[in-house]
Structures are given as C-alpha cells and as structure tokens.
Design a binder for this molecule. Structure first.
Ligand SMILES: Cc1cc2nc3c(=O)[nH]c(=O)nc-3n(C[C@H](O)[C@H](O)[C@H](O)COP(=O)(O)OP(=O)(O)OC[C@H]3O[C@@H](n4cnc5c(N)ncnc54)[C@H](O)[C@@H]3O)c2cc1C
Length: 426
C-alpha cells in the first residue's frame, strides 16, 4: 500500500489552499490530492466571484476577525485578485439603515465561469511543478483512522495526516468519515431561499457594487449576485434514499463575453433547528423533494406580479406583456412558490424583497422572476480539538462541508489553517 505524508480529499479551494501551503512550507512532503470529479467543482469552476472581507465567507463561530485577517493576505497572494470598484455605497447604506438593513462593504473580484477555468488550470500546473500528486476521477468511499488509510474506488492508500475537504457536495461522505473517526458533529443549520432574476436596469446597484451583501431582519441575506452575462442554473442533488431534486443557483461569465442584460441573486434565510433536534440536511432534502413534487421534478418559477396577486404563474402567460424577458433557466415549471415554501421562510424573504425595492427601486417589477428552491447544505458543525480544525488524531477538516467556510476565499483560508496544524507538529 502506497503511503503519503498528507492526503487531501477534494480539489476545491480548501483542498488547494492546503496543498499550496504544505508544498510552500515543506517542498519535500509527499502530498496526494484526490477528487472524484475530473476537475474541481463549485465556485472556482462556476462564476468565481471572490470576497475578501471578513465575515463574508468566514463563519463567525470558526473565525475571529483577527484570524481571518491573518490568512487573507496569503489567499490574496496566491489567487491574485483584481479588486472591483464600489461606488455610491453610502447612498445605499443610508437607505438600508433607515429600514434596519445593513449593507456590508466587501472587497470583491469576479473572474467569471470562463476566468475561473483559467485560474484552475494555472493552479493545477503550479501543483504539478511542485510534484504534488493529483488524482482525479477517484472517489474516496471510506476511511480507516486506526490503520491511517483511506479506501477509494480504485485502491487503499496510507497517510500520516489526512485533510478532508469534500465541500457541500461531500456532505454525506463527511458525515460517514466523522462517524468512523468518532468526531461528534451537529447538523442543525441550513440556508433555504429563492433566486431572483430580473433585468439589470431593475437592480441597477450592480453597476456600483458587483455583489451587494445586504443583511435583512430575520436572518435573511442577499447572496451570490451575478450580472453582465448572467444565468440561473440548476444543480442536481440526491437524498439519502436516492431521490433526485434540484436546487437553483446562478453564475456569470467574465466581461469578455457578450452581456445579456440580466441580473440574478439569491435571498436566503438561515434556519436553525432546535428541540426536537432534526438534521438540517434532512429538512432541506424534504423541502427540495416537496418542490420537485409540485414542479414535476423541476424547480418552480413565478413572476412577482402573479405572486402579489396570490395566483400561480402559468406557461401561457409567463412571457407576456410586462413579463418582458425569457427566464435564463428554461428547464423550470411556471407555478406557485408559496405552495412549496414554508411560510416561516417565505414571509421574511418577501419582506426583504419589499425592503430591497425601497433601497434599489425596481426589483419588485411584476416581471421579476422568483425561482425556488435554492438550498445551501453546509451545516456540518464538527467539534474541533484545536485551532487548526483538527477533529481527530491526524485528521483535519476544512472547507464548506465542515462548516469552516462559506465561499472560495474562506475555504482557501481554512485549507491553509488546517495545513498549518500539520506544519506546527513537524
Ligand atoms: C454553482 C456554484 C457557484 C458558486 N459560486 C461561488 C462564487 O462565485 N463565489 C464563492 O465564493 N463561492 C461560490 N460557490 C460556493 C463555493 O463553491 C464554495 O464555497 C467553495 O467551493 C467551497 O470550497 P471547498 O473546497 O470546501 O469545496 P468544493 O469546492 O465543493 O470542493 C470539494 C471537492 O471535493 C470533491 N469530493 C467530494 N467528495 C469526495 C469524495 N468522497 N472523494 C473524492 N472527492 C470528493 C468534490 O468533487 C469537489 O471537487 C459556488 C458554488 C456553486 C455550487
């Protein structure tokens, strides 16, 4: 059985952050990075918009501002962002404050889906030059912490240290691995919401601030705003029992692509489940399946004009009169999102939409589309035993799947932090 000094599961930003840190600091280390896909998944590959200001992307229960400030310069050094201008921020902030809403001032850059692919290529080439081994299309199915080995669909491999960074998509695998390693965890938080799509001139703030981060009352926030050449997409998920459901998402291409004049963003509500404690993942899956039931196995979309009148959107009226643009996600059912969304989630989201329309007039145009569901599964909260995200002997957890980040930059920083744990013992 081949053995490495460190095996990293996942080539997302958390895994890459760890691989770069280890190979920077100890060039001779034998490092293996494994991914079940043929290219890393997630935000590096789709849209690639990066936020470089705490606390966006850095969950406050894992990061203090000081810790994030320590790691962010290292992330910047590796990813070399070109920061975007933000203009007229004070005007929007004043309007927001009057409503009890905050607008965060965040340093951002946006590479776009095409630019992200170029970045991934540059990073992979650099890892190859450093003799870091990368094995793609290899799935880690199990871990055996007592023998310090992992079991993939091809082989068994030994490790001195293991960093698990399987992202949100690896949620179930991480739960299995944590059970195997005796790592206690909580899974009681989930983000659920809608994706809003409209013409760019109806959400014109994006010309001043690419991805405006609004925090509304009742733990509702804007998330992942895309404009320029912007599209709504759907992602396929599978429940524990193998049922398929789709969550919507959004992305944009870089400014080198022709603009389509559209903008989309998510409005998410954070739900924390308490007594009787249920799994956030199970709750989200149930809601995802409920939406599929009503949408004929597709996400549901509804025009704001129909929603306001309390009636479903229908195919025949979906693109008529004031409904003056085609949805960029065609594979979706015109229907009634309020039939599928719990009131406790939809009411504060609708209230946030109204506030948003007061801050940036236009977004509540009757033609604006609301897509449902948008689900973010990053709710694993493991118990760490040190500040480096060590969760068991020789096992570190990093990235979104372990709840240590919520975005590319936080994930990259969490990978560096886990690597620092290994380096601190050498
Ligand atoms: C469509 C989309 C667009 C996004 N856009 C943005 C954005 O613009 N900006 C932003 O900051 N964030 C964005 N995000 C979120 C961002 O992708 C994540 O926050 C970030 O990628 C988390 O990094 P990670 O390394 O933890 O996980 P990931 O990037 O998800 O990487 C985990 C990797 O582990 C692999 N893996 C999982 N399980 C196994 C296993 N058992 N064996 C082997 N490999 C495994 C997966 O294939 C995956 O490549 C987006 C997410 C999606 C889905």
């Amino acid at each position: 059985m081949k053995t490495y000094d460190c095996i990293i599961v996942g080539t997302g930003p958390a895994g890459l952050g760890a691989a770069f840190r280890l190979s920077d600091q100890k060039p001779g280390l034998r490092i293996l990075v494994i991914d079940k896909e043929n290219l890393c998944t997630g935000g590096l590959r789709h849209d690639c918009k990066m936020n470089f200001t705490y606390p966006v992307g850095f969950p406050v229960d894992c990061w203090t501002g000081k810790q994030a400030e320590h790691y962010l310069p290292m992330v910047i050094e590796r990813l070399k962002p070109e920061f975007m201008q933000r203009t007229d921020l004070e005007t929007y902030q004043l309007r927001a404050e009057r409503l009890g809403v905050s607008l965060l001032d965040i340093r951002q850059c946006h590479l776009g889906t095409d630019g992200g692919l170029q970045l991934i290529k540059r990073l992979m080439d650099e890892l190859a030059r450093r003799n870091v081994e990368v094995s793609l299309e290899e799935t880690v199915n199990d871990i055996d912490p007592s023998a310090r080995r992992i079991i993939t669909n091809h082989r068994e491999i030994g490790y001195q240290d293991l960093i698990l960074a399987p992202g949100r998509g690896g949620f179930r695998f991480l739960q299995l691995a944590m059970a195997k390693a005796g790592i206690p965890f909580l899974d009681n938080v989930v983000d659920i919401g809608i994706r809003v799509e409209t013409r760019e001139e109806r959400f014109s703030i994006v010309r001043d601030y690419y991805d405006p981060k609004f925090n509304f009352p009742d733990r509702v926030r804007t998330f992942c705003t895309n404009s320029g050449a912007a599209y709504v997409v759907r992602e396929r998920y599978e429940t524990r029992v193998g049922r398929e459901y789709f969550s919507v998402n959004g992305h944009a291409y870089s400014h080198s692509r022709p603009r389509n004049g559209m903008v989309n963003f998510a409005l998410l509500k954070t739900v924390t489940l308490t007594e009787p404690l249920a799994s956030g993942q199970d709750f989200a899956e149930m809601l995802g399946c409920q939406a599929m039931l009503l949408g004929g196995n597709k996400p549901i979309m509804q025009r704001v004009g129909d929603f306001r009148l309390g009636r479903r959107s229908e195919v025949k009226s979906f693109n008529r009169d004031l409904n003056d643009f085609e949805p960029t996600l065609a594979d979706c059912t015109a229907g009634d999102i309020s039939l599928a969304t719990p009131a406790k989630i939809l009411k504060p989201i609708w209230s946030a939409m109204k506030m948003l329309d007061t801050i940036v007039p236009g977004v509540l145009h009757p033609g604006t589309i609301m897509y449902y569901p948008e689900i973010k599964l990053y709710a694993n909260k493991p118990r760490f035993i040190d500040k480096y995200f060590k969760a068991a002997e020789n096992i570190y957890l990093a990235g979104d799947g372990a709840g240590t980040s919520r975005g590319i930059t936080g994930a990259w920083a969490s990978g560096i932090r886990a690597a620092d744990g290994i380096l601190s013992r050498m």
